[in-house]
Design a protein around this ligand. Structure first.
Ligand SMILES: Nc1ncnc2c1ncn2[C@@H]1O[C@H](COP(=O)(O)OP(=O)(O)O)[C@@H](O)[C@H]1O
Ligand SMILES: [Mg+2]
Length: 272
């Protein structure tokens, strides 16, 4: 254990209420690329579908301690974190137990702080983490609110397709509300264009619109549509191990570099 560490891990939610935009793909592959750069990373699977857990090879039958137990305070992060096939990459897996119905029954104002409280206890130090990445479900429900209340920043995957920007205003509104109520420090780390096809005019148009409207909130790196990214989870590997030279792999390594480069630069950008 590195006892000299004095800063707590940076907590990043990967969120967009739309399904199929690349949240889980981004969480797995960004997490793996950051880990490969020598940082210690914990992924939290916060989607009852458990795709991030499956994609990193955690079988349903091996999900003994899950995100649900973490949220309800029945377990400690150090007990819930499982190793993956990737060095320095851990995961707290999810099962269908994590349906928001259950969580909604916990009727008190602490309901939105369950994940926050789980991740901000002394036990987290024993994991010696640099980053925690949270894979959010495709909705703005209580689980996503928990993620944002617990986080320092949000990464928003935006699929390069028509109407992509429309759903973004609802997400921005939610982020603003959370900043005003529960977590004033929440920032937008950035919007990342996913499934991008350079030969497609529509993709170029979406990128131009996003950069016009959101400026430097949009990551320089765009994630190309790349079949290797969709194949990798069935081999229980991140793309950097499944096909290290693929375009998808190189893109997520570049995205990780953008985020790591900010470690020493003070951030002032706010959701507005
Ligand atoms: N850049 C990409 N290129 C090709 N396929 C992708 C890419 N990103 C995601 N996919 C595929 O698209 C589907 C939805 O992605 P996923 O990450 O599961 O989205 P979400 O978590 O937002 O629902 C998955 O089958 C995934 O493998
Ligand atoms: Mg997902």
């Amino acid at each position: 254990m590195n006892l000299s560490r004095t800063t707590s891990p940076k907590i990043i939610s990967v969120a967009n209420q739309k399904g199929g935009v690349g949240k889980t793909t981004t969480t797995i592959n960004l997490g793996a690329a950051i880990a490969r750069a020598g940082r210690r990373v914990l992924l939290i699977d916060l989607d009852p579908q458990g795709n991030a857990s499956t994609g990193l090879g955690v079988q349903v039958s091996d999900r003994h301690i899950t995100t649900y137990d973490l949220l309800t305070g029945d377990t400690l992060p150090s007990a819930a974190a499982m190793p993956t096939n990737v060095e320095n990459l851990l995961i707290v897996p999810a099962t269908t137990d994590l349906s928001s119905a259950d969580i909604n029954l916990m009727a008190n104002e602490k309901r939105s702080f369950m994940l926050h409280d789980a991740l901000h206890q002394l036990d987290i130090d024993t994991l010696n983490l640099d980053y925690i990445l949270i894979d959010c479900p495709p909705s703005l429900n209580i689980l996503t609110v928990n993620a944002m209340v617990a986080s320092d920043a949000v990464v928003v995957p935006l699929q390069s397709e028509f109407f992509a920007l429309e759903g973004l205003s609802q997400l921005m509104l939610t982020i603003r509300e959370i900043r005003q109520t529960a977590n004033s420090a929440l920032r937008i780390e950035g919007v990342v264009l996913t499934m991008y096809d350079r030969r497609n005019n529509l993709c170029q148009q979406v990128e131009a619109d996003a950069r016009d409207n959101l400026g430097d909130m949009v990551f320089k790196t765009v994630i190309p549509r790349n079949v290797r990214l969709s194949e990798a989870p069935s081999f229980a590997l991140p793309v950097i191990d499944y096909d290290p030279a693929s375009k998808g792999s190189l893109a997520y390594i570049a995205l990780a570099k953008e985020i790591i480069a900010r470690e020493r630069t003070p951030q002032t950008r706010r959701a507005s």
